[in-house]
Write a protein that binds this ligand. Sequence first.
Ligand SMILES: Nc1ncnc2c1ncn2[C@@H]1O[C@H](COP(=O)(O)OP(=O)(O)OP(=O)(O)O)[C@@H](O)[C@H]1O
Ligand SMILES: [Mg+2]
Length: 267
Amino acid sequence: MSKPGTKSKGKSHSPHLDELDDVDALFYLSEEEPGPKQSSRRSGKAGRTVRQEPPKIVALVSRKGGTGKTSLAMNLAEVLSTRRRRVVVVDLDRGADAAKWQGRGGELSFAVMRVDSRGGERELKKSLDEAAAEADLLILDTPPANARVMSRAVQAADLVLIPTGPSTLDVVATVEVVNESLEILGGDEQDHPRVVLVPSRLISGTRLAKELPRQLEKLSLPIAPGICQRVEVAAAGSEGRAVRPKSQAGLEFSKLARFVLRNLRQT
Ligand SMILES: Nc1ncnc2c1ncn2[C@@H]1O[C@H](COP(=O)(O)OP(=O)(O)OP(=O)(O)O)[C@@H](O)[C@H]1O
Ligand SMILES: [Mg+2]
């Protein structure tokens, strides 16, 4: 895994990224000494010890392949890695699409860590702990239709994002994955991570895209701002970079990132 932040590019912040200032509020920092379960680090400025909670974990899961999990993971990671925050995308997919994306050589401000998801519960926990030591936020990219990995990711997460395309088949698969996730979590709903639907690969201006929110409302889960099908998203993946912040896709990802932060803050 490359060290988080080592590729930091000191980017100039566009106005919509500036709105992400509230990212700081997500992470609890205090001047007190660290407790037994908390990591500590020295703040560069005053040399004081700051206390930090364990990183938040966002998991992307879907039963269907190609719903946009990896594209969402990588682009969200880029937006959220602004403002000194260390983000690690944990690639749990044996196809290693996130790691391959990073390997294409475009500039990214966050690290990708490959984890062999064939290992047992303990190995996964160890890998997540390793990633956690390097990060303020972990984003888990999972393979499609792999109940075991999905189950682990959902259980580890503070926030579960279920990307869903606009077709009937997509919605049917989403209903299944929602039911599976809630079954995995079982018990008291109050202790569940938040489960959120993310409309993905919407074709702007089409009836299917317009009707999707109504279809999804039936699931009684929060619905995130959607991401449209755009050449920029596909091009970013091919070039190993994130979408350009000022593009339409960039604006959509910023909006989604703000929604993610708001929801994480409530976990
Ligand atoms: N919003 C989008 N606009 C255009 N192309 C997209 C968009 N989202 C995803 N794609 C393209 O769709 C394909 C599948 O996307 P992606 O790999 O992100 O999905 P996935 O859910 O991770 O797939 P898998 O289940 O196989 O891991 C890729 O070629 C990607 O470039
Ligand atoms: Mg993928």
